[in-house]
Each structure stands twice: as structure tokens, then as C-alpha cells.
Write a protein that binds this ligand. Sequence first.
Ligand SMILES: Cc1cc2nc3c(=O)[nH]c(=O)nc-3n(C[C@H](O)[C@H](O)[C@H](O)COP(=O)(O)O)c2cc1C
Ligand code: SF4
Ligand code: SF4
Length: 305
Amino acid sequence: MDQQETAWFDKLLLQNKPGGSPGGHAEETEVVMNINSVELIYFSPTRTTKKIVEAIARGIHADGIRHHDLTYPSASVKQPHSCGCDLAIIGAPVYAGRLPETMISRFKPVKGHATPAVIVVVYGNRACEDALLELQDLVSGAGFIPVAAAAFIGEHSYATKEFPIAAGRPDLEDIQKAGAFGAMVREKVSKIIDSGHILPPRPPGNFPYKEARILSGVSPFVDENLCTGCMVCIPACPTSALREDDPPTIDKDLCIRCSACIKSCPDGAITMNDPGIRQIAAFLFKTCPDRKEPEIYMETEPLLP
Ligand SMILES: Cc1cc2nc3c(=O)[nH]c(=O)nc-3n(C[C@H](O)[C@H](O)[C@H](O)COP(=O)(O)O)c2cc1C
Ligand code: SF4
Ligand code: SF4
């Protein structure tokens, strides 16, 4: 984020605080607004990405907000989905510096029809690497026009009490920043859409993207002594890897190690007790102790011919 963008963020954060805007009335911040309908399109097993795209949408103050949630197995049905809103907010978590494979395949039937899109990735306080660029390429390929991009931070899927990596994030500050980003999008993007000078954001990342490193043959462990048989975990799984046995069993081949079942279990009966994943969590806790902050990328001036 350059200095100008940082100043925007600070100003908008102040305006968003209860009690109103500094040096003026709320009406003074109102601008011509042509973003009436917003569609949120996201993949979010542990729901941090969902929280961020919702907070951005609240900052935009659109009249209508529709959800197209790609997280659950119903979204794997390859039915064409046409986006017919004024603006789409498209979000995904970062998996090993890339987009989750499941997100990419569920996004395939989505068609943008030149809809402007805000693209957002959420990562667990390590790094987003090539994921935001990959998301920009994915949504452009589907016919959206990316107009703004952001990387936010969410509690790491592998965070535990022992290794609380980015625990509790997005927190209030993140949510306020996401709202401020939404307000910035409303003000700046509606102007650039009106002027016709839409410039793509320039998110970080390299192409070819880094090699996707997928762990296989690993899945969480269900402790039968703690399991009460409530089956809350079953619908939380994005890939139907959990079977409704007593206690639930997990198909390792279907499991994408997203931790949604772990975070959904009210009795703490599911854990990622695989030594490899525990080692990763310990390593991340040790090597990424400092709080990272959200970053935004937005080009607002037309390029010189
Ligand atoms: C398989 C896997 C790989 C991940 N890789 C990264 C990574 O490369 N960098 C990072 O900072 N966080 C990484 N994370 C953490 C997630 O990006 C983070 O927890 C995010 O908030 C999860 O989003 P969700 O709540 O929408 O599922 C990874 C999580 C999983 C499950
Ligand atoms: S949510 Fe937890 S307690 Fe309930 S069935 Fe699943 S593992 Fe058992
Ligand atoms: S079983 Fe695997 S894929 Fe399903 S929610 Fe748990 S970690 Fe995610």
C-alpha cells in the first residue's frame, strides 16, 4: 500500500468509528454511487474469508447483497452461474501460496460478463505469495474485470491453543479495515467505472506461480472418547470427506486438510494430530510471530497512452 492509500485507510477508519467523521458530517462523505447490487463469491472452509468479503460488502453499502458460496459440495455441481450484479467481491483463502484446487474447480462454471470485481485473499499470517495474482488471472479468465485487490489475515487453519497462529483474526481492527476498504471501493471504483478508465490492480505474485505443494494421505483424527455424536461436523466439510458413522470417519482421499471440521466441533473431539502438520504449526508459530496487516492494491488513474 503506498502512502496515499495508507492515508485513505486511516481517514476511512476514522470515519467508520462510532461518532462520525472528523471535520464534517456523514453526508459529506457521500458520493455518487452506482454500485447497487453486489455478489459475494467465495470459498471459505473456516469462514474467515467469508467474514472479510461480508465486511467489505458492508463498507460498500449496496442495496442488495447476494451470496454465491463455493465452499460446500452442492457448489461442485457444474451448473453455469452468471454474475449479473454491479460488482462482485471474490474471495479465497491462501493454501501453500496458491489458491485451493477445490476453489478453482468450483469457480469454473462462474461467468463474469464484464462485471467489475474486487478480489480478496485471506492468509494465515505467513504469506500470500502468488495467490492474489492467481485469483486475478482466474477471475479475468472468467470474464470479470478486476478493479481492486486485497490480502487480509485470518486465523491459520492449523492454529491450536498450543500454537495460536493469527488466533482470532480477522479481529475488530481487520473488520474495520475491510469496511474501510469497501468504502474506498465504493468511492473510487464507482468513479472509475463511470469514467470508463478501469485499470487492473497490480497485486504481488509471480507467473509461473509457485509449485503447488499438496500434503496427501493426512486427515484429522476423531477422538471417540470426546465425540458426542452430534454430527455438527458433517455439513461443515467442503468435500464430503466426513462420513456419518459413530464416531464420524474421514476419507483421507477426499480430505483437503482445511480444518473446517476441527473448528466446527463443539466438543474439541477432532484434532490435526498428524506429526507433519503439528510440525508445520509449530514452525509457523515460531517464524511468523509478528502481526501482519491487510494490504490493498488499486489502480485509479488511467494509464498514459
Ligand atoms: C492446506 C492449507 C495451506 C495453507 N497455506 C497457507 C499459506 O501458504 N500461507 C498462509 O499464510 N496461510 C496458509 N494457510 C492458512 C489459511 O490461508 C488461513 O487460515 C485462512 O484464513 C483460511 O481461510 P478460510 O477461513 O476462509 O478457510 C493454509 C491453510 C491450509 C488449510
Ligand atoms: S462435531 Fe464433534 S462431537 Fe459432534 S459428531 Fe462431529 S466429532 Fe463428534
Ligand atoms: S474432513 Fe478434511 S476436508 Fe473435511 S472438513 Fe475436515 S479437514 Fe476439511
